[in-house]
Design a protein around this ligand. Structure first.
Ligand SMILES: Nc1nc2c(ncn2[C@@H]2O[C@H](COP(=O)(O)OP(=O)(O)O)[C@@H](O)[C@H]2O)c(=O)[nH]1
Ligand SMILES: [Mg+2]
Length: 226
């Protein structure tokens, strides 16, 4: 079985190499094959060089957007399973093989992760955490699902469910959109993870992205067909 690990990057030279190393280490002795896909948008630093030195496949996606980067990555993935995480050392790469086995053992289609379960000191500001809770509440309320962390960027899922998921957003809202789609249309599960302090500069703007996300959720609710 093969896992495609997809990592979006925009000027992440401080973290990308460390994350790729952690992914490689995680798969040693796991009995799983893997590939690392870096989807990069116009990095001006050494992100792409570092990724290539570490043997990752670098896909250049000049169109801005977190969701856009993932859609491009999904098209190029060849694994049975797709795993996602940021290039900033916040997510536990070491859990990817474990989550993959849990996915298959329990016959789930999509695992998302709950960062609030084991939040390390300094990993999320109070403002960010309140914003996330508000978005998660809205998401659960509008779509009648039950998740605790709608904005987590670490998912592990079967690649063959992608044709069932209608993913329209190209920005940060894609993070909740993929969960809504997966929980409504496939067997979805949320599991706890640790979440660590970021390496390098944050790329999203909390207020602008937060408000866009809320607008997106109400818009999607009016057109959503389960
Ligand atoms: N390719 C690509 N990556 C992006 C874009 N925006 C953010 N990222 C990456 O997506 C990940 C999540 O962004 P981050 O700033 O960590 O947001 P946060 O985790 O929600 O605070 C990081 O690895 C970023 O480098 C984009 O427009 N294009
Ligand atoms: Mg991040």
């Amino acid at each position: 079985m093969k896992v495609s690990v997809i990592i979006p990057t925009m000027n992440e030279e401080a973290g990308v190499g460390l994350v790729i190393d952690d992914v490689r280490k995680a798969f040693l002795g796991s009995g799983l094959e893997h590939e690392v896909l870096i989807v990069d948008t116009n990095s001006k630093d050494r992100t792409k060089d570092i990724a290539r030195e570490k043997g990752a496949i670098v896909i250049e996606e000049p169109r801005r957007g977190y969701g856009r980067a993932y859609k491009t990555g999904f098209e190029r993935a060849t694994g049975d399973v797709i795993a996602t995480l940021d290039a900033d050392c916040t997510y536990p790469a070491e859990e990817i093989p474990v989550l993959t086995k849990q996915l298959y053992d329990n016959n789930w289609d999509f695992i998302t992760t709950n960062r609030f379960a084991k939040l390390e000191k300094g990993a999320m500001s109070l403002e960010h955490s309140i914003g996330n809770k508000a978005l998660t509440f809205t998401c659960n309320f509008l779509f009648h699902i039950w998740i605790r962390d709608s904005q987590s960027g670490m998912w592990v899922f079967r690649r063959d469910i992608l044709p069932k998921l209608d993913i329209t957003d190209d920005g940060m809202a894609m993070s909740e959109e993929i969960k809504i789609e997966a929980f409504k249309k496939t067997r979805g599960k949320e599991l706890p993870i640790v979440y660590r302090q970021r390496v390098g500069e944050v790329k999203l703007s909390s207020w602008k992205d937060g408000l866009r996300n809320i607008r997106f959720l109400f818009g999607k609710r009016t057109t959503f067909k389960p």
